[in-house]
Design a protein around this ligand. Structure first.
Ligand SMILES: O=c1ccn([C@@H]2O[C@H](COP(=O)(O)OP(=O)(O)O[C@H]3O[C@H](CO)[C@@H](O)[C@H](O)[C@H]3O)[C@@H](O)[C@H]2O)c(=O)[nH]1
Ligand SMILES: [Mn+2]
Length: 398
């Protein structure tokens, strides 16, 4: 039975974090939540993205940006961008709901987690960096304008010890660590990806029970490059543990099978760049997987069955023994129609077999421009105006 006065709530202040929110929202739906889904956005989220968010979430609500602007403390975290996470506390204004579960846009549920609504405010899981603090990526709360006002006042008077919402909320709900054990969510409801490395035996023992994975810190899944043929994520930093890979692969597979089609649909509806995402997938399928990245990412434990090879005939992504049988990796690449447009992809100078969201979009923009140029639709008033060409020539001839 749907429960209409309770909701999962997330936040995205730009189109990049929106990709995470979409994967989160769709995953909650895939696991058949009975609760409403709400996403708080700010003014920078584009119209196109708002429309796509509206396909996944019951409510897309614009809120004001609140920024701690505390660069000194945020620099200690090495995350100067996290001041905007103060925006999160506006979730307490959602008084159309009696109880909510807030989840960061960089979390992904692996199964149904509606039982979290049995908990009371303020419930959260320990932070893996300092377990007497909770992590503010997943928490149970009761919307209340009074609490919201008190939080704002607290922020104004005391700031946040880490410059982000987590420091603020930990100081505000300061008895969390000692007062009531029922408000300590088990760690499996907010499994920080970093703990996979810091306590490997515990992960081996309990990891298969994980319910929510949190891609805390950097890089986020959407900043990694994904090779859909080898089903492997290439990371800049050498963080490639096999379990970490499994979760990143799961995020990307959900993105490709459940979110890209929604984005494509929206492009078609807007009448812009038909089939652009479809074309990326086609091209990826016809390319050889990057053997380098598979090699880099070889798991160091031969006892486990994670494969870095191209997917088997069953098309199943690699599964760790301990996670076999869980409803963990359900999605597959959705087949796209072969369109005339797909041939244009061959002209892209950069291989898109390893895909990053930004790169893919940039490559597509260049491709579109080239095509327009070839078709004689040249932007003589803008980019290719005489003035701009003159400036380029001047720079070249300097
Ligand atoms: O530019 C941004 C940055 C963050 N967010 C939202 O805020 C959340 C928190 O930011 P995130 O980058 O996920 O932070 P973490 O790496 O998870 O770092 C920790 O520190 C943050 C600041 O205190 C807390 O918000 C997190 O819950 C905590 O896990 C994101 O998931 C988004 O929902 C945006 O929408 N836009
Ligand atoms: Mn987070």
């Amino acid at each position: 039975m749907p429960v209409t006065d309770q909701a999962f709530v997330t936040l995205c202040t730009n189109d990049i974090y929106s990709q995470g929110a979409l994967v989160l929202g769709k995953s909650l739906r895939n696991h058949e939540t009975s609760r409403k889904l709400v996403v708080m956005i700010t003014s920078q989220v584009s119209g196109r993205m708002r429309a796509v968010l509206g396909k996944v979430f019951d409510e897309v609500l614009e809120v004001d940006i609140l920024d701690s602007a505390d660069l000194v403390r945020l620099s200690l975290l090495k995350r100067p961008e996290l001041g905007v996470t103060f925006t999160k506390i506006q979730c307490w204004t959602l008084t159309q709901y009696t109880k909510c579960v807030y989840m960061d846009a960089d979390t992904i549920p692996l199964r149904n987690i509606d039982e979290l609504f049995d908990r009371e405010e303020f419930s959260a899981a320990p932070d893996s960096g300092w377990p007497d603090c909770f992590n503010s990526g997943v928490f149970v709360f009761r919307p209340s304008l009074d609490t919201f006002r008190r939080l704002l006042q607290y922020a104004e008077d005391n700031g946040s010890f880490d410059g982000g919402d987590q420091g603020l909320l930990n100081s505000f709900f300061s008895n969390w660590a000692t007062a009531d054990i029922s408000k300590h969510l088990p760690f499996i409801y907010n499994l920080s990806i970093s703990s996979v490395y810091t306590y490997i035996p515990a992960f081996k023992q309990f990891g298969s029970e994980a319910k929510v994975v949190h891609f805390i810190g950097t890089p986020k899944p959407w900043n990694c490059k994904y090779n859909p043929q080898s089903k492997w994520v290439v990371e800049e930093e050498a963080l490639n543990g096999e379990q970490h890979q499994l979760f990143l692969v799961h995020w990307w597979e959900t993105y490709i099978s459940d979110i890209l089609p929604l984005l494509t649909e929206q492009e078609e509806f807007d009448g812009t760049d038909k089939h652009q995402f479809g074309r990326i997938e086609l091209q990826m399928k016809s390319e050889n997987p990057s053997s380098d990245c598979s090699k880099e990412a070889q798991p160091d434990n031969p006892g486990h069955s994670v494969s870095s090879q191209p997917s088997s005939s069953s098309g199943q992504p690699p599964l760790d023994d301990s996670l076999q049988g869980q409803d963990l990796l359900p999605s597959q690449l959705s087949p796209q129609p072969v369109t005339e447009d797909s041939f244009h992809m061959a002209h892209l100078s950069k291989s898109v077999s390893e895909l990053s969201i930004q790169e893919a979009e940039e490559a597509l923009k260049m491709e579109e421009e080239r095509r327009k140029w070839e078709e004689g639709h040249i932007d003589y008033m803008g980019k290719y105006s005489f003035d701009n060409i003159q400036k380029k020539l001047d720079r070249f001839l300097q």
